[in-house]
Design a protein around this ligand. Structure first.
Ligand code: ATP
Length: 210
């Protein structure tokens, strides 16, 4: 039987690891070499017991009394998250939102490279010029295969989202960041993170009123 070397890490813990990584990179930029679990936990806004528990996924590590080596911990976390080397990503649906995301410079800094954008109508005049190559949908499969892409950002209209998601899954995409306001049906081994901007605002609207 195949044995998993690492225990399955809960999704919430993965989000927290991303938070720790942000804090560690800030420390590193300020030339700080070691950090105590209390200080790191405080910076990330979690309890230090939680932080220590999350870091047990990496096994035994950290020097008692000295805290964590900032560089080493940052490296281990980004290794686990798969962002130590640039991860290729594709974006489908170059409308207003897709265009805005393509113009965002922050992805590369976090380890993601949008290697191609796809649209049913790539020739349509757009408000902005983009550096990312813009392909017709007929090239979706070949580009994904050639660049060995595993992740996709979906910014097509709701009516097209499921059909496009099916094509992505069929060609081997296993992570989808879905901005379309529908619930996608995908096989169990595919992860969908949905961002519905209107729902997020509605949620804030409730809290600012109460
Ligand atoms: P947004 O919703 O991102 O602000 P928009 O209002 O400009 O965009 P939408 O109608 O939402 O336009 O479409 C987003 C983009 O998705 C458009 O550029 C459209 O051409 C593209 N699109 C629509 N259907 C498909 C499809 N089946 N496959 C790929 N792209 C599609």
């Amino acid at each position: 039987m195949k044995k998993n070397i690492r225990p399955e890490i809960p999704r919430k813990a993965i989000y927290r690891l991303s938070l720790y990584l942000r804090c560690l990179l800030r420390l590193k930029n300020n030339s700080i070499r070691t950090v105590s679990s209390e200080a790191l936990a405080k910076a990330a806004g979690v309890k230090s017991t939680q932080l220590r528990k999350d870091l047990t996924y990496f096994g035994q590590f950290g020097t008692r009394g000295l805290g964590y080596d900032v560089d080493q911990l940052a490296h281990m976390i980004s290794d686990l998250l798969g962002t130590n080397s640039l991860q290729p990503v594709v974006l489908i649906g170059v409308g207003n939102l897709g265009l805005a995301l393509l113009s965002y410079k922050g992805f590369a800094a976090e380890g993601f490279e949008i290697v191609g954008a796809f649209d049913i109508d790539p020739k349509r005049r757009r408000d902005k010029t983009i550096a990312t190559p813009l392909y017709d949908m007929s090239q979706l499969e070949s580009v994904i295969q050639a660049r060995m892409v595993k992740m996709a950002i979906l910014t097509v209209p709701a009516a097209a989202a499921q059909e496009v998601a099916n094509r992505l899954v069929a060609v081997g995409i296993t992570g989808i960041l879905n901005f379309s306001p529908i619930v996608l049906t995908v096989p169990e081994d595919v992860i969908v993170n949905s961002v519905n901007l209107a729902i997020e605002l509605e949620n804030l609207s409730y809290f600012v009123q109460h």
